[in-house]
Structures are given as structure tokens and as C-alpha cells.
Write a protein that binds this ligand. Structure first.
Ligand code: IPM
Ligand code: MN
Length: 365
């Protein structure tokens, strides 16, 4: 199999975590007889600095011409005062819209070795395994009109029926393969748009009678995720609420540096860590590459149906953490503080090991 991957390292720690993940990808691809062809392009602040805009036609056409896109992170203090459409973040939003990536999947699962790195009590988070389905191309993020003048600022929260139907279907389909429980999160007690969302989600649910569907207001959901995260299987929610809830969910895994994501449409797919560009630690070799490496595992599973490769990457991450390797964001006394590169090297070594073990039948997935 020949696969074309567009790399968008972006800003801050983006290039460091992407190059670490690419090395893991190469090792895995070789084991599974896949040939990867990489095309690296600029997106975000780095693109603005060179071309005066965060997302160019060249970058977009590279994405259209690839089997999957891997993005690091975009943004930084340097570009904070630019108008919205020139900010690095506009590259990400532009990519999501142009590639039609309406389903954003953000899994929140606990690695047992990290139980004590979360600020939440181990007994509260142990065994947590849920996934957030965040709608990614609608809501206030894209609604018109939007703007501000001297006296007011405004945005429009809007969803069409088609937009709600397709994300609801994505969530129900995956829930069928998991615990068959979906919680749809909205603010239907206040917002008309959310009331509409709820109505449409229930209509779609009629096609999935085996699924237990419940509704939750977003303020309550934020509280429930930290109170008792084990109650969730699939959370289905609007773009803005999903943005906020996925950062909360990240703390279950101990660090935002651990959370991967997949953004899928009908034709294209983009994978990226949930964390940002962390300009304060950029270029110092301190960044945690695990969220990006785990995003690669999602790419293998969702884009290439290489489930075994995906599981082995996850197993390698698990093993590396169990051996005590920690970047600064997940460090605790008694563990082994390592750099981005050392973490990546350990994951590769463990990947090769779990691969050999499963080849011998010692390791069971
Ligand atoms: C995310 C980020 C983005 C978002 C920003 C960078 C535009 O926070 O992917 O969660 O708000 O969607
Ligand atoms: Mn976010």
C-alpha cells in the first residue's frame, strides 16, 4: 500500500511533536509493508510570516491530494493581535471547513501508569473510557453574521438539520461498536439552536433503537465529567461545547499533552493533538509527543483500517509510561523525566518489542 501524508507541523512545539510522531509512523509503516510519502507544508503563524496568510492554496491542494493530514499545532503570542482571518487559528478553521471535517473525535481514556498524575483522585478516573464526538464545521465558529464594532460584538449560533444529522449518525455508528450509550450535550434550556439540535438528534436516534440516548445541559456535563467520568461512553455535542468539554476531559488523562484527535469528513481526514502550540516551551525539547503519536494511531485505524498497527502504537505508549518515562507535563516524583526525543525513542523501542511479542504470540491484543 502506498500512502500520501501531508504534514503541517505549524507553530511552537508543533514541529517537535510532528517529527517525533513521523518517526514512529515510519517504523510502524515498515513493519506493516506500507510505503509512506510525506509532503510538508506551512500552516498557521509560520505561513503568515512567509506568505502573509495562515493558509495558502498550495497547502490546501497538498491536503486535497493526500490520504491523510497530520497537524502539530498553530498559534502563538506573536500573532495574537492580528485580525481573526489572519490569525494562525484561521488556518485550522479554514482546513476544517475546506476539507469538510465535520466529525471531531476526541477520546478520553486513562493510562493506568498516569492514574496519579491527574489532579483528580485515582479512584474517580480509574477505568474511564469515553469519546467526545464534537461537531466541527458549524455553530458560532462559522455562523454569520459575526463581527464587532466600537459598541458591540456578535456571533451567530446556527445549525442546519443536515449538519446535526450527519454528526449524530457518526456518533451513533461508533456507539454501536462501543457501549451503546450516547449523551447528547446542549444548552436547550436557553438556546433555540440547542433546542433544535436536541430535536434532530432524537429523530436520528429512531434509526438506532439499541442505543440508550440521554440529554445533558453543557454546564451539568462539565460538572459530571469531573465528578464521575466513568458514567460516559459517547458524548455527542456542538462545536463550541465540544471545544470546552474536551479540554476538561484532557485532565482525566493527566495532561492536555496526552489527548489525540481525529477530524473526519466524507472524503478527507486530519489528525492532530488536542493541545496547542505551547510557545513558552517551544524549541526546548520538553514537549510531550504522546498525543501526536496517539493521533497517528488514530490515523492508522480510521483512515487506513490498519487496526493492528494502531493497537500496537497504543500498546507501546502504554508500556513506555509503565516504565516510568515522563515528559515535564506528566512528571511526578519517582518517575523518569525525559525529553521529547527520549520519549519518542522509548516508544519506538517498545513498539518494536510489542510487535515482536505479538508476532510470537506472547502478546495478546
Ligand atoms: C481546538 C482548538 C481550536 C478550536 C482553536 C485553535 C481554533 O482549541 O482544536 O480545540 O477552538 O477548535
Ligand atoms: Mn480547544
Amino acid at each position: 500500500m502506498n500512502l500520501k501524508i501531508t504534514l503541517l507541523p505549524g507553530d511552537g512545539i508543533g514541529p517537535e511533536v510532528v517529527s517525533a510522531a513521523v518517526e514512529v509512523m515510519k517504523v510502524a509503516a515498515e513493519k506493516f509493508n506500507v510505503t509512506l510519502k510525506f509532503n510538508e507544508q506551512l500552516a498557521g503563524g509560520c505561513s503568515y510570516d512567509k506568505f502573509g496568510k495562515p493558509l495558502t492554496e498550495e497547502t490546501l491542494s497538498a491536503c486535497y491530494d493526500s490520504d491523510a493530514v497530520l497537524l502539530g499545532a498553530v498559534g502563538g503570542y506573536k500573532w495574537e493581535n492580528l485580525p481573526q482571518n489572519l490569525k494562525p487559528e484561521a488556518a485550522l478553521l479554514g482546513l476544517r471547513k475546506a476539507l469538510g471535517l465535520y466529525t471531531n473525535i476526541r477520546p478520553a481514556k486513562v493510562y493506568s501508569a498516569l492514574l496519579s498524575s491527574s489532579t483528580l483522585k485515582p479512584e474517580v478516573i480509574e477505568g474511564t473510557d469515553f469519546v467526545i464526538f464534537r461537531e466541527l464545521t458549524g455553530d458560532v465558529y462559522f455562523g454569520e453574521p459575526r463581527g464587532f464594532d466600537e459598541n458591540k460584538g456578535w456571533n451567530t449560533m446556527i445549525y442546519t438539520k443536515e449538519e446535526v444529522v450527519r454528526i449524530a449518525r457518526s456518533a451513533f455508528e461508533v456507539a454501536m461498536k462501543r457501549g451503546k450509550r450516547v449523551v447528547s450535550v446542549d444548552k436547550a434550556n436557553v438556546l433555540d439552536c440547542s433546542q433544535f439540535w436536541r430535536k434532530v438528534v432524537h429523530e436520528v436516534h429512531k434509526d438506532y433503537p439499541e442505543i440508550e440516548l440521554s440529554d445533558m445541559y453543557v454546564d451539568n456535563a462539565a460538572m459530571q465529567i469531573v465528578r464521575n467520568p466513568k458514567q460516559f461512553d459517547v458524548i455527542l455535542t456542538q462545536n463550541l461545547f465540544g471545544d470546552i468539554l474536551s479540554d476538561i476531559a484532557a485532565m482525566i488523562t493527566g495532561s492536555l499533552g496526552m489527548l489525540p484527535s481525529a477530524s473526519l469528513g466524507t472524503k478527507y481526514a486530519l489528525y492532530e493533538p488536542v493541545h496547542g502550540s505551547a510557545p513558552d516551551i517551544a524549541g526546548q525539547g520538553k514537549a510531550n509527543p504522546l498525543a501526536t503519536i496517539s493521533s497517528v494511531a488514530m490515523m492508522f485505524a480510521y483512515s487506513f483500517q490498519m487496526y493492528k498497527a494502531a493497537e500496537l502504537i497504543e500498546a507501546a505508549i502504554d508500556k513506555t509510561l509503565s516504565m516510568g518515562y515522563r515528559t515535564a507535563d506528566i512528571y511526578s516524583p519517582g518517575t523518569n523525566l525525559v525529553s521529547t526525543k527520549q520519549m519518542k525513542d522509548a516508544v519506538i523501542e517498545n513498539f518494536n518489542q510489542v510487535y515482536d511479542e505479538q508476532a510470537l504470540g506472547v502478546f495478546t491484543l
